[in-house]
Ligand binder design. Structure first.
Ligand SMILES: [Zn+2]
Ligand SMILES: [Zn+2]
Ligand SMILES: [Zn+2]
Ligand SMILES: [Zn+2]
Length: 190
């Protein structure tokens, strides 16, 4: 029987845990971890990594592989190349993750506040926005410093005082008290 290296064994073990949705290091539940490692394991991993890195830097070796350094930079040439590749891959992953999360929260917000414009009934999600019913959207944004109202609503468990409007009806609120859709003569025409 061929000898199986310990790295190969641990790779197989990680793959099995991963397929079961468990932490790749301890095989326990992942909790709400974003990646494949549970929070306590990730903390240990990061701590060890940092310790090793500090030691290597102090000894004048490559921060990542402990190999010989060819310049004043803390990574050797090989590791610098690999890190660049890694950064590119991670960026892609992060962009996808953010887009997916945004979509999930957007959907949840529409599900809660209604999935069409409260004024004209527009139902295409691409046209829909969240409206602060009593105004003050900008002040609210400045005060709570959120990036996206969808994330804020989600995190704050969908508070009252918001409704769904299409971009048109939402913009009109800044210009006139009443949306043309709600004026009697237009209402009959719709
Ligand atoms: Zn774990
Ligand atoms: Zn290196
Ligand atoms: Zn509308
Ligand atoms: Zn309207």
């Amino acid at each position: 029987m061929a000898r199986v290296s310990s790295t190969e064994r641990s790779r197989v073990r990680r793959a099995r845990y991963d397929s079961l949705g468990l932490c790749g290091r301890c095989g326990g539940p992942r909790g709400d971890a974003i990646g494949k490692t549970c929070a306590p394991c990730l903390a240990i991993y990061k701590r060890d990594r940092r310790r090793n890195a500090d030691r290597r830097i102090a000894e004048g070796r490559c921060r990542e592989c402990g190999g010989q350094r060819d310049s004043a930079l803390v990574y050797c040439e090989r590791c610098r190349g690999r890190r660049k590749e890694q950064a590119k891959r991670r960026e892609g992953w992060w962009v996808n993750y953010r887009a997916k999360r945004h979509q999930e929260r957007f959907d949840a917000v529409l599900k809660h506040y209604g999935s069409s414009c409260a004024c004209c009934g527009e139902a295409d999600p691409l046209f829909l926005t969240v409206d602060h019913i009593d105004g003050g959207g900008l002040a609210h944004k400045r005060k709570d410093g959120y990036g996206s109202i969808y994330h804020w609503l989600f995190k704050n468990k969908f508070p009252k005082g918001f409704q769904i409007l299409c971009f048109n009806c939402n913009c009109v609120k800044n210009r006139s008290k009443v949306c043309p859709h709600q004026m009697v003569e237009n209402k009959n025409a719709i």
